[in-house]
Each structure stands twice: as structure tokens, then as C-alpha cells.
Ligand binder design. Structure first.
Ligand code: FMN
Length: 195
């Protein structure tokens, strides 16, 4: 049985992101584990904190900061689902915290000659937006930034993202997840691809 790690980058426990995640869980025929990146939602009240450049990874393998990032480093799953809402045309701050934590790989290699190898996994990226695109809300043209940010994380985790495994759920300000025709079918097809 396959195991999927679901990384929730929304600050809401039962927000739109988790509603989509719940649809995924409904169709996925395997085990799931959810990690909440935001501290206030996390079982350890820490979530995934930002890298503070403590230097621990210059002296010891891995990351010395004990929080939910350690659960991601366990690497005992076959699939990663990264899900987050767009905040001002970007990923949320908790997702940026996660990006910063890959600093341990750079320092382990540079200072200790240790190359961290994640096992190869499959992945999907679920991104939500209240509007139809970032540009229309922001007057800027970086609407693909959240996708690039998500792709970067998944690549670091050795779970390269296939384009057809990107699910964008837009216009959530006007269309409730429950009323989003086609979303269930889209997620169902995703779970079939992920196996
Ligand atoms: C601070 C903030 C910034 C946001 N910026 C954007 C944005 O740039 N583009 C967009 O489409 N939606 C934006 N939204 C809307 C959210 O992405 C949308 O409501 C999403 O469904 C929230 O998911 P959640 O309920 O899991 O938090 C923003 C929401 C907040 C709170």
C-alpha cells in the first residue's frame, strides 16, 4: 500500500486547501499523513520554522532544528502532495519557511562532504487562489511564481513534479470547493495517476 505525505501550507485547519486535500483522501487508496507547516495548526506547536542559519548543519548531518521538518526528512512515503493557497501572488510564508530549510543540504555538502539523498517519489501540487489569477489581483505578472515555488520544493525532495499533476483551484472567492464542478473528477484522475 502506498503512503502519501500531504504537506498543508494553509494557515486554516478547515479552509479551502484542506477541503481539496479531503477530496484527495476520499479517492486515494492508500495511507496518508498530513503535516501542517503553520505552527498554530501543528501537533508540536512548531510546524516548519524558518532556517535561522544556526550553523548546526555545518557540524552535523541533517538539520538540528527539531520540528515538523524532521517528519519530512523521515522520507518514508511514496508520494508527496504539496498544497497551499496563493498569498499575494506567492506561496504562503510557511511554505517559504520550508524552502529555507533545504539550506542544510548545502551546508552538509560544503562543510561535511555529505550529500543528502532523498528516495525518488512521485508528487502533486495543489494551489488555490481566490481570484482567477494573481495578476488580476496584484497588477503584476508573476502568476506562475507559486508553481515555481512548489516545484522547487518537490524537486529538492526528489519528487519531481509532472505538469499534469498540478491542480490549480482558482476563484475560490466566488466558487465554493463543494460547488466546483469537475474538481472531484480532476482529483480522482490524479489519484489514479499517482497509483
Ligand atoms: C493574505 C492573503 C493574500 C491573498 N492573495 C491572493 C492572491 O494573490 N491571488 C489569489 O488568487 N488569491 C489570493 N488570496 C485568496 C486565497 O488564496 C484563497 O482565499 C484560498 O482559497 C485560501 O485557502 P485556505 O482557505 O486554505 O486558506 C489571498 C488570501 C489572503 C488571506
Amino acid at each position: 500500500m502506498k503512503k502519501a505525505l500531504i504537506i498543508n501550507g494553509s494557515p486554516k485547519a478547515n479552509g479551502n486547501t484542506m477541503k481539496v486535500v479531503n477530496i484527495f483522501k476520499e479517492f486515494f487508496d492508500g495511507e496518508t499523513e498530513v503535516i501542517n507547516l503553520y505552527a498554530h495548526l501543528s501537533s508540536d506547536n512548531k510546524g516548519c520554522q524558518t532556517c535561522i542559519d544556526c550553523g548546526g548543519c555545518e557540524r552535523a548531518a541533517g538539520c538540528v532544528v527539531k520540528d515538523k521538518f524532521q517528519d519530512i526528512l523521515r522520507d518514508d512515503f511514496d508520494i508527496i502532495i504539496l498544497a497551499f493557497p496563493i498569498f499575494y501572488s506567492n506561496a504562503t510564508s510557511a511554505v517559504f519557511n520550508l524552502i529555507s530549510r533545504f539550506n542544510f543540504m548545502y551546508n552538509n555538502k560544503k562543510h561535511l562532504g555529505i550529500k543528502h539523498n532523498f528516495k525518488e517519489k512521485t508528487s502533486a501540487l495543489i494551489i488555490l487562489g481566490g481570484g482567477s489569477a494573481c495578476e488580476s489581483l496584484q497588477g503584476c505578472s508573476n502568476e506562475d511564481s507559486p508553481i515555481k515555488q512548489g516545484r522547487f520544493i518537490l524537486k529538492k525532495l526528489n519528487a519531481p513534479l509532472r505538469d499534469d499533476n498540478i491542480i490549480t483551484v482558482l476563484n475560490t472567492d466566488d466558487i465554493k470547493i463543494e460547488d466546483n464542478n469537475g474538481l472531484k473528477e480532476q482529483i480522482k484522475r490524479l489519484t489514479a495517476r499517482l497509483g
